[in-house]
Write a new protein. Sequence first.
Length: 425
Amino acid sequence: MHVVVIGGGWSGVAAAMYAAERGACVTVLESRSYLGGRARSFVDRHTGTEIDNGQHVLIGAYTSMLDMISALGTEHVLQPQPALKVPFVDVSGRRTVLNAGRLPGTLGMAWGIATLGGLSWSSKRGILRWALQLQLGRLQAGEETCLQHLQRMGQTPQAIERFWEPIILATLNAPLHLADAQLLLAVMRLGFLGGTDAARILLPTTGLSWLLEPFPAWLEQRNGTVRLSTMVERLEADDHIVQAVWCSNGERIEADAVVIATPAASVQRILPEAKVPSFVNSPIISVYLWYNQSWLADDMVATLGTTIQWVFRKPSPGVVSLTISAASALASRSSEEIITQCDAELRQLFGLATDVYLHHGQVIKEKQATPLFLPTERAARCHQVPGVPRNVAVAGDWTDTGLPATLEGAVRSGRRAAAAVIAAE
């Protein structure tokens, strides 16, 4: 069985591996010159440092993704925390730490919330009561936004600002007044309340591209191939069954089944007759700053009251990366302005000494980082797009994965799509 996978991002790689492991001959066609899609790394020309096109925070609950990189032999690239530990720093310089490692399992998370500084006891009590209701299966979101849901559940303004907002921005990439509360429930159920191993954070110690680096050789050993810089123009179908894939260079590739693992807009281009949902995208801005010396003591820090939301210490001395999610208001500003503002905020947050100076900055604006999933558009996310041929399946983090647009969701969708076309055959 010959399966053609269109797209070499994480969902496409997952689909190809699933099909190849079940005996299919797989051809992966990727229009760009690299794999990984929106989760990849490249070399900064000024410094020669390998950096990612956006900081990705992975958690132990991403079991499908972890299984995939384990099969590729690159799981050692991820550095896991023993248990969830997140420092918070606000504009006054106050530092508090959410540490879920003092007790086992969900008890550790409860204790971490109960002892988290910067929150009143009424705020903590509200968070713990919410978590208990979620564990008991008593929470429903309907068509609520995160803000509506949290207010209805009695969360204090302080809890929303200092606890919930950093989590929602990092995991849903959407402002609270727009983000789908159902996705918040899914993230919290999967990760934060899933036990010690599920909640812990895993940070890549190399560029993200290294996680997928062995994939072409892995696929070749299983009678498959990866073809980069190969644009798909259209599908050739007869009686609603695809017979071949046509590339933009005029090449025709016969196929028994096809998985289209691309953004929704590309699916619509390849299959104009398909009823592909349309989503507004939410941007993420990543900022890399090179200082003359190392100054950040933690691997990562959540920041409160600033444009910056998260700060990460990188392996190269003096290098930090910053993340700004749901960054529509900032996307039109120049890189110089963003770098100047971020440097000033870091100095305020961490009290940097005068001999710590910035000598280079790089701004990465991922304007189409993730779809903005609104609660009223939840039904638009589907397992299978209406109007596609019978031996075609669609994959991507924008499909109905039950999760926000994450690497875990992308991998799950790729596997599901490959399973669907193999079963159909």
